[in-house]
Design a protein around this ligand. Structure first.
Ligand code: G3P
Length: 217
């Protein structure tokens, strides 16, 4: 399973990348606002800076919600770097735009997926990735992991090339369950990636080894 980091914070991206396990980055307008990016030029420059750090796909989201607007914005984003993936919302004009982008060879990530029907539509349009928001599904008293399971079955049934990019991951168990089920990618905050390293018995065991090592020096 590929690991993407879900942030626009350059320091966090560098930290995850330095671990040597990072395969890509996802952003969204909320994450860009969180790090204080403002203005069209600043946004484009920020995406370029992310692409300079990570050797992997970087999702950059369009703001337009009409077909022509999505195409214009998406083409501009895609021209920034070959690793840019144009992130498009799950709406009718978004699906039409994904189809056009796919015919133009522009990679896409269909975002705000909350059920299997939406994911099928995006896959049929030729999306490179679909992003089911599992944490937000959990927030609404459904099971986000169940959706990942359903999508793995459906995509296998029909041999869709679209990759399942589990998003809105809130904790390490989400990530482990995604891996167990067979999601292609998990995008998560740095805290979740670093959380995978932790176990109290590792800390206790290491302290003991280091203490005993003193006897051998
Ligand atoms: O990738 C989507 C993600 O940023 C949403 O996460 O925690 O706001 O639901 P969250």
């Amino acid at each position: 399973m590929k690991f993407f980091i879900d942030t626009a914070d350059l320091d966090e991206i560098r930290e995850a990348n330095d671990l040597g396990i990072l395969d890509g980055v996802t952003t969204n307008p909320s994450l860009m606002a969180k790090v204080g990016i403002k203005g069209e030029n600043a946004i484009l420059e920020h995406y370029k800076a992310i692409c300079d750090i990570v050797d992997g796909d970087v999702s950059a989201e369009v703001i337009a919600t009409d077909y022509e607007g999505i195409l214009k914005e998406g083409r501009e984003l895609a021209a920034l770097n070959e690793n840019i993936v144009v992130k498009v919302p799950m709406i009718a004009d978004g699906v039409k735009a994904i189809k056009t982008f796919s015919m133009e060879g522009i990679k896409t990530n269909c975002t705000l997926i909350f059920n299997a029907g939406q994911a099928i539509m995006a896959a049929k349009a030729g999306a490179t990735y679909v992003s089911p928001f599992i944490g937000r599904i959990d927030d609404s008293s459904w099971d986000g992991i169940d959706l990942i399971d359903q999508l793995v079955t459906i995509f296998e049934n029909y041999g869709y090339d679209t990759q399942i990019l589990a998003a809105s991951i809130r904790h390490t168990m989400h990530l482990v369950q995604c891996a167990e089920i067979g999601a292609d990618v998990a995008t998560c905050p740095l805290s979740v990636i670093k959380g995978l390293l932790k176990h109290p018995l590792t800390d206790i065991g290491l302290a003991k080894f280091l203490e005993d090592a003193k006897k051998t020096r």
